[in-house]
Design a protein around this ligand. Structure first.
Ligand SMILES: *Cc1c(COP(=O)(O)O)cnc(C)c1O
Length: 432
C-alpha cells in the first residue's frame, strides 16, 4: 500500500511510522515535521554491509553518503552500523567529527574543495581525499607537505557512462563538472602526475555515475571500465592501485510505479562483472567501496504538514496548501520529482481526490507535486509526503525566512528529536 516498509496503519486508520501514530507526533511536535524510522535506516545499512560480506568476502566497506541527510545522530548511527562516511564539504566533515565519527573512515569528496577544507581534512586525518582535478592535486600535495604528512587519495574518474536518470543528477558522462575524463587522456595524465608527488599517495579510483538509477547495466558497465583502467594504469606505470570506490546512486521507490531491483541484485550483478574483469586482466581484487545515500535514508523518512486551505479551480485543478513546501523539500522545484502522499488520519481509505500540493512560499513553483491522488482532505488535516528521508532536510533553505522543521527519529513505539525546530530568533541570530 505504501512505498516504504516502515509505514503501517493502526486500528484508528491513522498512518504510523513503525508503531508510532503520526497524528500523535504532529500534535506533540507541530508541523511541518520530518519523521524518520531508525529501524529502517539501520536495516538499509545492513543490506550494504551484508552485500560486501557476501559478494566481496568482506574485502570492502559501505560508506554512507552523508549529503543525503546529515546531522550528528545520523553520523553516530552510520558509525554504529559499521559504515564509513562520504562527506562533500567542510560542514559535513565538521558534523561527522563533532559526532565522534572515526576520521580514518571518512572519504572527502567535492569538485572544488577550498584550501581551508583541505586543511581541515588533513588536520583531522581523513582516510582519503577524493581528488577531482589537477589544481586540487597540487594544492593538496603542497598543504600535506607543509604539515609533513602524506595523504592517501583516490581520483574521481568520469567513466563515460550515461545513466538514465534526470540530467541534474547524472554525473558519469564526459560533460560533467566532476572528475577526470578517461576519453581525453586527462585521467592517465593525472595518475602519472600523482605518482611523482611525495605528499599524496594514490591508492585507488572513484566513480559515481548519478543518482536514482533503476538499471543495473550502467553500474556494471562503469565497474568494467574502472577495472580496465586500473589494469591500464598497472601496464603503463607499474602502479597497482588497491581501492575501487563505485559510488552510490541506487534508486528507491517514490511512487508505486517505481520498481527498483532489490539491492542484492545490483550487488550481485556488479560483483560478477568485477570478478570477471579482474580475472580477464589478471588484476588483484581491489578493496570495494560503495557510497549509498538516498537508498539508506530516503525510504525511512516522511514529512508531515497541516492543510491550511483547499482551493478548487473548477475544470482546472484543486490546490491544497500546506504549512511547508520548497523550503523543506525543494525536489519538485528542482527536478519535478514525484511523491506518494497520504491523509494521515484516513490512511486506509480510498483515494478520492486528485490535487496539487502547494507550499506556503511566495513562488508559484513552490509545489510538492501535481495530480497527486489522495484521500479526502480539508483544512486542519495532516498530510504525509512519503520517501522524504533523503535530500529534503539536507536541501532545506530559509527562503521567505521560514525556519527549518525538526527531525524526529522513531524506533518501535518511541520517538525522539534528533534535530530541533528552528525559531524565528534563530533566523536572525547572524544578523547585525
Ligand atoms: C551523491 C553522491 C553519492 C550518493 O548518491 P545516492 O544517489 O544518494 O546514493 C555517492 N557518492 C558521491 C560522490 C555522490 O556525489
Amino acid at each position: 500500500m505504501f512505498v516504504a516498509d516502515c509505514l503501517q496503519v493502526n486500528r484508528q486508520g491513522h498512518l504510523c511510522v513503525e508503531q508510532v501514530d503520526v497524528l500523535d507526533l504532529a500534535a506533540k511536535y507541530g508541523t511541518p515535521l520530518y519523521v524518520m524510522s531508525e529501524t529502517q535506516i539501520r536495516k538499509n545499512c545492513h543490506l550494504y554491509r551484508d552485500s560486501i560480506q557476501q559478494f566481496y568476502g568482506g574485502n570492502g566497506m559501505a560508506l554512507y553518503a552523508s549529503k543525503a541527510f546529515c546531522c550528528k545522530e545520523m553520523c553516530r548511527i552510520a558509525d554504529q552500523e559499521g559504515m564509513g562516511l562520504d562527506v562533500v564539504s567542510g560542514g559535513e566533515l565538521y558534523t561527522a567529527i563533532s559526532a565522534g565519527f572515526p576520521a580514518e573512515k571518512i572519504y572527502f569528496h567535492g569538485n572544488n574543495k577550498t584550501e581551508s577544507e583541505l586543511i581541515a581534512a588533513l588536520e583531522h586525518g581523513v582516510g582519503a581525499v577524493v581528488v577531482d582535478n589537477l589544481e586540487e592535486l597540487e594544492t593538496l600535495d603542497r598543504l600535506a607537505g607543509a604539515r609533513g604528512v602524506c595523504q592517501q587519495i583516490l581520483f574521481r574518474i568520469k567513466p563515460g557512462v550515461d545513466a538514465h536518470t534526470h540530467q541534474f543528477i547524472r554525473t558519469g558522462q564526459i560533460d560533467s563538472k566532476f572528475g577526470f575524463s578517461l576519453e581525453t587522456g586527462e585521467a592517465m595524465e593525472a595518475v602519472e602526475r600523482a605518482i611523482g608527488l611525495s605528499h599524496v599517495e594514490l591508492v585507488g579510483l572513484h566513480c559515481h555515475i548519478g543518482s536514482q538509477i533503476f538499471d543495473t547495466e550502467p553500474f556494471a558497465l562503469a565497474a568494467r571500465i574502472m577495472i580496465g583502467f586500473l589494469a591500464k594504469i598497472r601496464q603503463q606505470t607499474g602502479a597497482v592501485l588497491t581501492k575501487l570506490n563505485l559510488g552510490g546512486g541506487y534508486g528507491i521507490r517514490y511512487t508505486p510505479q517505481n520498481d527498483p531491483p532489490p539491492y542484492e541484485k545490483y550487488m550481485e550483478q556488479v560483483s560478477l562483472v568485477i570478478h570477471e574483469t579482474c580475472n580477464l586482466f589478471d588484476f588483484p581484487m581491489p578493496y570495494i567501496l560503495l557510497e549509498p545515500g538516498r537508498s539508506i535514508v530516503g525510504p525511512a523518512g516522511i514529512t508531515l504538514y497541516t492543510v491550511g486551505s483547499v482551493k478548487e479551480i473548477p475544470g482546472i485543478r484543486t490546490y491544497v496548501s500546506v504549512d511547508g513546501g520548497m523550503t523543506d523539500n525543494p525536489r519538485y522545484a528542482l527536478y519535478q520529482s514525484e511523491y506518494q502522499i497520504v491523509n494521515a488520519g484516513l490512511a486506509a481509505q480510498e483515494k478520492t481526490m486528485q490535487i496539487t500540493l502547494a507550499g506556503h512560499c511566495c513562488e508559484s513553483g513552490d509545489l510538492i507535486g501535481e495530480n497527486l491522488p489522495v484521500q479526502h482532505l480539508e483544512k486542519g488535516d495532516i498530510v504525509a509526503v512519503l520517501s522524504t528521508g533523503a535530500y529534503n532536510y539536507s536541501m532545506a533553505s530559509h527562503y521567505n525566512r521560514v525556519p527549518n522543521p525538526p527531525v524526529v527519529l522513531v524506533r518501535d513505539d518511541m520517538d525522539r528529536v534528533i534535530v530541533k525546530r528552528e525559531s524565528w530568533e534563530d533566523l536572525t541570530r547572524m544578523d547585525v
